[in-house]
Design a protein around this ligand. Structure first.
Ligand code: FAD
Length: 507
């Protein structure tokens, strides 16, 4: 795996082999819908506007597609497949909209907004405001967040209903390649889609029962005043910023020498400096050996022998594919050593009638990617238009404080793939901070292939980095050159204009 000659089942149900054309060069992707917020579903789904193209064979199964998991990927795949004329059911055991809507992107970003007010209130005085902040009401924030999530859950329910997808709010498991057991019933389907996402993974150690994960962090009854965060991924970094912004004392521990492995090294370093400057206690090459509970206090011992007292200890040490009890192995589905479903370029598993998309496949664990994989799959199965997900230049943000925005290659990747690389960097004080005592500085970096002049990577640490880099991602998808960046007239005064005015190579 992945197999080289992927087979898909054609509309007639017979297996057909994809042509070389499809394998060598994926057809251009239809423009996806343009939601302002990718986790918020839009009523428009490409394909649903057109008359259904899928002509189901004589109904041999209860459904043409049975999706397990109504998260980002599962909902989109189900809705689009139904839009193409397929008979679709989706099972959801917990919450409509999955991780992103309920315990991921959306509530996380709302908490980031809430915590960022601390910086804004601090800066307000430098702009002449004489404002008094009397406190912060965690309960009110969580209540507002819960209300918004309930609204989104209902939107998802409505969208599935409108698309004609049967929603079964039960846990499902696979009995055989065409049978799913759900809510005490056995349901048959020509194809089964596994879109069950991931789940936080916490290592075993003495006192593990006293720690929480990101799942619980969203529903804490009280705002902890002292928080230890263990982990070096983006979720750990984001929660460090969230709790610090809300006034908690935060220590973040990571077992490696520097957090955010996989991001550009300068970006990682700059963010660490900025977080330390704000007063977050970062401890690298450090882990916890044990946690004890004394009353409401958690007492953590580190590998360095230090003892830290905290009100909450949040483990953000990775996520594992959610496959427990799903019946995948019994059905003959090949799994990787980390439990993820092994799929080919068309999201087909080793069992031809079983497909998988999203976090359970451990390809690129991001909501827009799961959605993209879902759209490609629906098109492949029910629109007679096979599409491979395209992972080139997927932009991403870390909603740390300050934010990271990134698209394309890191410097290390660029050097590995292209040898020589031109590097442009700048670090400057944001105009807003010229009036405030804040020492935070914006960092930007461009990586350019000297042979073709193509921009290979854009990286930023600073306010609105995600918003800025999203625009640059379009340029990278169009193979923009440094000369074209330079020829672009900037918007003044913005931080973003620096991306088109960087002239001096640093190496
Ligand atoms: C704290 C946090 C912050 C994040 N922030 C971002 C971000 O800012 N940007 C971004 O792009 N991504 C972010 N992500 C990642 C993003 O949430 C995931 O990549 C995305 O949700 C994956 O979608 P999915 O469809 O694969 O699975 P999910 O959205 O997880 O959906 C899977 C669904 O399947 C259901 N399910 C599982 N097993 C069964 C079963 N046996 N029967 C029935 N139902 C079942 C689950 O209940 C769940 O609803 C974040 C994740 C976390 C945890």
């Amino acid at each position: 795996m992945p197999r080289t000659a992927p087979a898909v089942l054609g509309p007639s149900g017979q297996k057909k082999w994809l042509s070389a054309k499809h394998e060598a060069d994926p057809p251009p992707q239809a423009p996806p819908p343009t939601p302002a917020q990718r986790c918020t579903p839009t009523p428009h789904v490409a394909g649903m506007q057109h008359p259904p193209r899928y002509n189901p064979p004589m109904a041999k199964f209860d459904y043409d597609l049975f999706t397990i998991g109504a998260g980002s990927g599962g909902v989109r795949a189900s809705r689009m497949s139904a839009g193409y004329g397929a008979r679709v059911a989706v099972a959801e055991e917990r919450y409509l909209g999955g991780t992103c809507v309920n315990v991921g992107c959306i509530p996380k970003k709302l908490l980031v907004y809430a915590s960022h007010y601390r910086h804004d209130f601090e800066d307000a005085a430098s702009f002449g405001w004489d404002a008094e902040v009397r406190g912060f009401d965690w309960g009110a924030l969580i209540e507002g967040k819960n209300k918004e999530i309930s609204r989104l859950n209902e939107i998802y329910r409505g969208l599935l209903g409108k698309a004609g997808v049967d929603l079964i709010e039960e846990r499902a498991h696979i009995e055989d390649p065409h049978t799913v057991s759900v809510g005490g019933r056995r349901v048959t389907a020509e194809r089964i889609l596994v879109a069950t996402g991931g789940w936080p993974k916490v290592p075993d150690f003495p006192g593990v029962e006293h720690v929480i994960t990101s799942n619980e962090a969203f529903t804490l009854k009280e705002l902890p005043q002292r928080v230890v965060i263990v982990g070096g991924g983006y979720i750990a970094v984001e929660f460090a910023g969230i709790f610090h912004g809300m006034g908690a004392e935060v220590s973040q521990l990571y077992r490696g020498p520097l957090f955010l492995r996989g991001f550009d090294d300068d970006v990682r370093q700059v963010l660490a400096e900025e977080m330390q400057e704000q007063g977050i206690d970062l401890r690298f090459d450090t882990n916890l050996t044990r946690v004890e509970r004394r009353g409401d206090t958690r007492v953590a011992t580190t590998t360095a022998g230090d003892v830290i007292e905290a009100d909450q200890i949040l483990y953000a040490t990775g996520r594992a594919p959610k496959i427990e009890g799903l019946g995948l192995e019994a059905a003959g589905v090949e799994l990787a050593s980390n439990g993820s479903v092994v799929v080919d370029d068309f999201s087909q598993s080793s069992v031809p009638s079983i497909y998988a998309i999203g976090d359970v496949t451990d390809r690129m664990a991001l909501t827009p990617v799961a959605i993209h994989e879902g759209m490609c799959l629906a098109s492949t199965l029910f629109n007679d238009d096979p599409r491979k997900p395209d992972y080139r230049d997927v932009a991403s943000a870390v909603f740390s404080q300050p934010t990271i925005g990134s698209v394309g290659l890191t410097e290390a990747q660029a050097r590995e793939r292209h040898g020589e690389v031109d590097v442009y960097k700048t670090r400057f004080r944001h105009l807003k901070n010229t009036l405030t005592p804040r020492k935070e500085r914006v960092f930007m970096k461009l990586l350019v292939d000297p042979k073709s002049d193509r921009v290979l990577g854009c990286h930023m640490v600073g306010p609105e980095a995600g918003e800025i880099v999203q625009g640059l991602a379009i340029a990278l998808r169009c193979n923009a050159t440094k000369a074209q960046f330079d020829a672009t007239i900037g918007i003044h005064p913005t931080a973003a204009e620096e991306f088109v005015t960087m002239r001096e190579k640093v190496s």
